[in-house]
Ligand binder design. Sequence first.
Ligand SMILES: *[C@@H]1O[C@H](CO)[C@@H](O)[C@H](O)[C@H]1NC(C)=O
Ligand SMILES: *[C@@H]1O[C@H](CO)[C@@H](O)[C@H](O)[C@H]1NC(C)=O
Length: 274
Amino acid sequence: MLLRSLGVLALATSSCALQWFPVNSKGEIPLEIEPFEKGQEVQFDCIQRNIDNGEHKFDQQNKIIYGPFPKCKETSKPFSFAYGVNQDINCTIEFSDELYHLFQLYIHEDAPFSCRLPLSSEMLSIEKGGAYIPFTFNFRGEISESHLDIDSSMNVLITKPSNDLAEQYTFISAVAFGSGTNTTRIVIGEELTLNFAIRWFDSLSVKGKTGYDLPYDDGFYKFPMSFIPMSYTVFYSYISLTSVVTALMTLLITYKWVNQKRRYMPLDNESKQD
Ligand SMILES: *[C@@H]1O[C@H](CO)[C@@H](O)[C@H](O)[C@H]1NC(C)=O
Ligand SMILES: *[C@@H]1O[C@H](CO)[C@@H](O)[C@H](O)[C@H]1NC(C)=O
């Protein structure tokens, strides 16, 4: 506890008004994170909004009300994804009257579709005061009097600490945004299949400091100027696949060559005999 307070103090005094992001509900650096496991289901919640103006809904204590993402028909559960796994997921949502009106606001950009990801995998970690990062869904399309045209193709980019330390299986940032050229026409009561392409960035270089008083390296988790949008694990497995293929090709060619030699040798003998 003392160490942690010192950490906060050191960070606050050493560099001019720099503060760690994100902090927990007490304003402290979240050091006690229960990390996720690779493949673990990540659930998250989203801000509930009034359909008239898109303003947050508040509870009696004047706190913003969060609720689940709309339910996917495929799983009968709100949209979720697996930690640290690149995957394509379909989620078919039904446009209730409320959701339809909310999507008018999202597409018109009157209000963001704001969700949040907990830094810790502990149950109800945010409710217990744990830190979280924003996770916004940028839906796009066109609004008409009678219907909505929605781009259902969503890229989801998630960055995590740049190493493969299991104790740092948490989030740095996340965003989802429409990236398709087709829209689907929707009226109240209809369904829309959202096609999510979830991609993780786990090898972004940060030139910050690291230490016992931080949950993971600090700094800018910046995309490189040119990069291969896949994890190094996948990248290395491609490299090993390439070497296996190369080895097989070499073997095949050598085998052919040896076989040809074998075939030619008796011919040579025959020709000598002739
Ligand atoms: C998702 O749905 C689309 C059609 O909307 C289909 O082409 C695609 O194969 C589906 N993908 C997965 C991963 O189920
Ligand atoms: C987009 O629409 C065209 C037809 O206009 C269709 O051929 C194509 O498959 C659609 N693409 C997706 C990703 O839905």
